[in-house]
Ligand binder design. Structure first.
Ligand code: ZN
Length: 150
């Protein structure tokens, strides 16, 4: 477990200092914002869908290292994935952060995201880690179907 903790710290520091896909996206087809008032985190997620595939994903916002690092890792994990894959991963991350489920068993699905399980030692930070994911879910669930002309 201490290995995982070390990985957690490295990953958070790295992604906080150098967040990936950290920019607005002009041609996004979906966006959603998430707020975590407890900590003051604000994250906006941009997704460009092509059919059922997440062709591109980015985020911007401000907040603590954990919220930023988690969103950064999320964008890395989801680029090129299908919506179904993204929702599966959302569930896995949610289960991991909620502390139910065995991280070792989830390892294959989560890959490097398993490093985020270190946040479970700091329960108040769980919302920081899940913020970007909830924004993503909102973006994917948003109904942007054809607008009625009536
Ligand atoms: Zn936070």
């Amino acid at each position: 477990m201490s290995e995982l903790r070390e990985l957690y710290q490295q990953v958070i520091l790295d992604h906080n200092k150098n967040p990936r896909n950290f920019h607005p996206m002009a041609d996004a087809t979906r966006t959603a914002e998430g707020r975590n008032p407890l900590c003051g985190d604000e994250i906006k997620v941009y997704v460009r869908l092509h059919d059922d595939t997440i062709e591109d994903i980015s985020f911007e916002g401000r907040g603590c290292a954990i919220s930023k690092a988690s969103a950064s890792m999320m964008t890395m994990s989801l680029k090129g994935k299908s919506i179904a894959d993204a929702e599966r991963l959302f569930q896995s991350v949610h289960t991991m952060l909620a502390g139910s489920g065995d991280v070792e068993d989830e390892d294959e699905t989560l890959g490097r995201l398993a490093a985020l399980s270190g946040v479970r030692e700091f329960p108040v930070r769980v919302k920081c880690a899940s913020l970007g994911w909830h924004a993503l879910k909102a973006a994917l669930d948003a109904d942007t179907g054809p607008v009625s002309t009536e």
